[in-house]
Design a protein around this ligand. Structure first.
Ligand code: SAH
Length: 247
């Protein structure tokens, strides 16, 4: 017999080992090291965010720092730094990293700014904001999502983020006025209560439009009036009331 032709039994010895190896990686979700995630975050900032024109150092630093993989479902952690939105359950999504950075930069936040966010979702955008400004007030209408985000942000020691469950269309009058407002779900018009709760000179960024297509509108309040400018076409989940009717 040719000595280079292996006996079939030699292969069948390897097969179970291979199976155990594959099963291990399948069950553990192919764990990536913190170092690997850090590298992916660096690349995300460089290729998805800086390359598209975001220059504010505080925004870039926040995007480098906040561990996006902790805000997505564990089985999607390996996609956390990809150039796309991801599902977070309850038919909702965490926005594409570039959109988070773009919207944050557009608000031109200062260290002392108090920000209102509508649509807490995973809590990721709130964490990015909280790295830059004084305090973040965030409203989520899906109770389970709001509770989950609140718990995660607490574990991560974000003591300057306040999450409440409710209808963000109405804003959060108790803590108004806000220096900036960021809306991460899309109504068909700009809610009046949000206009009222913006401080003089403050900025609001909000996607406005129909279900599958909206314009991101940047507004600034000058002498009590809102001056607006469309800055980017986007696709966000709709803003809904407690009966799931779209605004
Ligand atoms: N900012 C989030 C992504 C938001 S997705 C993040 O960083 O992960 C949009 C969110 O808006 C969803 O969680 C949705 O439930 C919420 N939402 C929709 N209508 C709302 C409303 N009227 N008030 C508050 N939240 C609302």
């Amino acid at each position: 017999m040719n000595k280079f032709v292996k006996h079939p039994l030699q292969y069948s010895n390897i097969a179970p080992l291979l199976l155990i190896f594959l099963l291990f990686f399948h069950c553990t979700g192919n764990p990536q090291s913190a170092q690997e995630f850090t590298k992916q975050r660096e690349q995300m900032v460089k290729w998805q965010i800086e390359a598209r024109g975001v220059t504010d150092k505080r925004v870039l630093d926040a995007m480098r720092k906040v561990e996006r993989h902790l805000f997505v479902p564990p089985e999607l952690a390996s996609y956390a730094y990809a150039d796309q939105p991801l599902p977070v359950g309850y038919n909702q999504t965490i926005s594409q990293p570039y959109i988070v950075a773009f919207m944050t930069e557009a608000l031109k936040l200062e260290a002392g700014s108090k920000v209102l966010e509508i649509g807490t979702g995973s809590g990721y955008q709130a964490a990015v904001l909280a790295e830059i400004c004084d305090s973040v007030f965030s409203i989520e209408i899906v109770e389970e999502l709001g509770k989950k985000a609140k718990a995660l942000l607490k574990v991560l020691n974000y003591n300057n983020i306040f999450v409440t469950i409710g209808d963000g269309y109405k804003g959060w009058p108790e803590f108004a006025p806000f220096d900036a407002i960021i809306v991460t779900c899309a109504p068909t018009h700009v809610p009046d209560p949000l206009k009222e709760q913006l401080v003089e000179g403050g900025k609001m960024i909000i996607p406005v439009g129909e279900t599958n297509y909206q314009e991101l509108i940047l507004m600034v309040k000058k002498k009590g009036r809102l001056i607006q400018q469309a800055v980017l076409p986007v696709r966000f989940v709709p803003m809904v009331d407690k009966n799931k009717n779209m605004y």
